[in-house]
Design a protein around this ligand. Structure first.
Ligand SMILES: *Cc1c(COP(=O)(O)O)cnc(C)c1O
Length: 459
């Protein structure tokens, strides 16, 4: 065992992108002009941007070299075959269909297999997955274990599926009405929590009992594999690619956003073994995405993804990735900031309702905290709470289950000193938590209001 030392960023920096430093009075002005909604800011006016880890990471020098290698032939490009080989090396499905991002893979798959009267279970559906299922008239149902629904419960695999609930659900709805069972690894909507291989095997057994296909929403497959290696008995020395292949071997297909563990800025794919479904999916792909060997992407994007897939299963990368997320979470926790436990793979979630108990949910404590972090230090996180989930189709509004602020960590983008700065800013806001006030909404669209709503501060 090596002596304990700081886990350093396993890369050095060749190309830099300047961050413009700003002042608090400037940020107050910009926030007001943005209707107190951080989505409306110019990214240039943000110092540390933790809005999302999707497509916001840095590419490696080999990925940039891949952009030059990109073959832009319309059909059968070399880039496609490099992409195909890299995907199949980890996920050996018969059919691999590139798409411009994850939600396009979802849209195509659910257009083929879902529809009115159908129901699709998952540990937790990601919001685009749910929306694409519901837009076909089908129902999206969350069956994560009970531990996964409570912010403060510690469990090594909080993303696991409740197997009894899954079995009961399929019996109740009838297997004919469940076209596919999904498992999201890691479970993004549940806080980036992993799923164990044992649980995936259990899901496979339930699927086999009823003859149902199992698909992975595999956006963060490498982070999930790292957690399996760290936390699941018997995997301590198993190479990461091998753990990924074991996950893939339990499934019949997958949807993927290459903007996460593809380490790319754009892209995704849909993969499966079923010839008939794949043919229908390819036909839809041609309608909206493009020819099946590029699917809405440039050849150079396919090369960037192919290289990204080799780098994302690197142990040095994953050790640093997961450690740097935990580093932020643990520093906040040590300082007494309430955070969702345990720290997930790609983000830290601050419990705004617990930090700001004087702001009732319908005055949006998550929005208040996110905005205060921006004013205090130019940090952009995102409210995941009553603003995002509180408005219902019938027009009523209720408190969401939790009011959180998510600080998502882009891959290979910020250094430890950026993260130390984030901790200082959060602590600065926490010191004057009692002075923070809530908001009211002055303008909102009928759906997905968090993206475009405008707010006014309550005095
Ligand atoms: C990001 C994400 C998606 C959707 O992918 P996009 O590339 O953003 O369309 C689906 N599922 C999960 C779990 C995700 O994190």
């Amino acid at each position: 065992m090596e002596r304990w030392r700081t886990i350093i960023e396993p890369f050095r920096i060749k190309s830099v992108e300047p961050i413009r430093m700003t002042t608090e009075p400037e940020r107050r002005r910009w926030l007001e002009a943005a209707g107190y909604n951080l989505f409306n800011l110019h990214a240039d006016d943000v110092i540390v941007d933790l809005l999302t880890d999707s497509g916001t990471g840095a590419m490696s020098s080999e990925q940039w070299a891949g952009l030059q290698r990109g073959d832009e032939s319309y059909a059968g490009s070399r880039s496609f075959y490099r992409f195909l080989e890299a995907v199949r090396d980890l996920f050996p499905f018969r059919h691999v269909i590139p798409t411009h991002q994850g939600r396009a893979a979802e849209k195509i798959l659910f257009s083929v297999v879902a529809g009115a009267g159908k129901a699709i279970p998952n540990n937790n559906h990601f919001d685009t997955t749910r929306a694409n299922i519901e837009s076909t008239g089908a129902e999206a149902v969350d069956l994560v274990i009970a531990e996964g629904r409570r912010a403060s419960t510690v469990h090594p695999f909080k993303g696991n599926v409740d197997l009894d609930a899954l079995d009961a659900f399929i019996r109740e709805r009838g297997p004919n009405n469940v076209p596919v069972v999904f498992v999201t690894v890691t479970n993004n909507s549940g806080g980036g929590q992993p799923v164990s291989l044992e649980n995936l095997r259990g899901v496979r057994e339930v699927c086999d009992r009823y003859g149902l296909p199992l698909f992975l929403d595999a956006c963060r497959f490498a982070e999930n594999a790292w957690f399996v290696r760290q936390r699941e008995p018997g995997f301590e020395t198993t190479p990461i690619p091998e753990i990924v292949r074991q996950m893939a071997a339990l499934a019949d297909g997958m949807t993927m956003s290459a903007k996460k563990d593809g380490l790319a800025n754009i892209g995704g794919w849909l993969a499966m073994d079923d010839d008939g479904v794949a043919e229908q999916c390819r036909n839809l792909l041609i309608l909206t995405e493009g020819f099946p060997t590029y699917g809405g992407l440039a050849g150079r994007d396919l090369d960037a993804i192919a290289q990204g897939l080799r780098e994302v299963v690197d142990e040095d990368y994953l050790r640093y990735r997961i450690r740097s997320t935990a580093y932020l979470g643990e520093a906040l926790e040590r300082a007494g900031i309430p955070v969702v436990q345990p720290i997930g793979g790609h983000a830290v979630y601050i419990d705004a309702r617990a930090l700001l108990p004087h702001i009732p949910p319908l005055e949006y404590p998550g929005q208040a905290l996110a905005n205060a972090l921006y004013v205090e230090g130019g940090i952009r996180g995102v409210e995941i709470g009553t603003v995002m989930f509180g408005r219902h189709p019938d027009g009523s509004e209720t408190a969401a289950a939790m009011d959180l602020v998510r600080l998502a960590i882009p891959r290979r983008t910020y250094t430890q000193s950026h993260v130390d700065y984030v901790v200082e800013v959060v602590l600065g806001v926490a010191e004057r938590a009692a002075d923070l006030r809530g908001y009211r909404i002055v303008e909102e669209p009928p759906q997905l209001r968090h993206f475009t709503a405008r707010f006014a501060p309550l005095s």
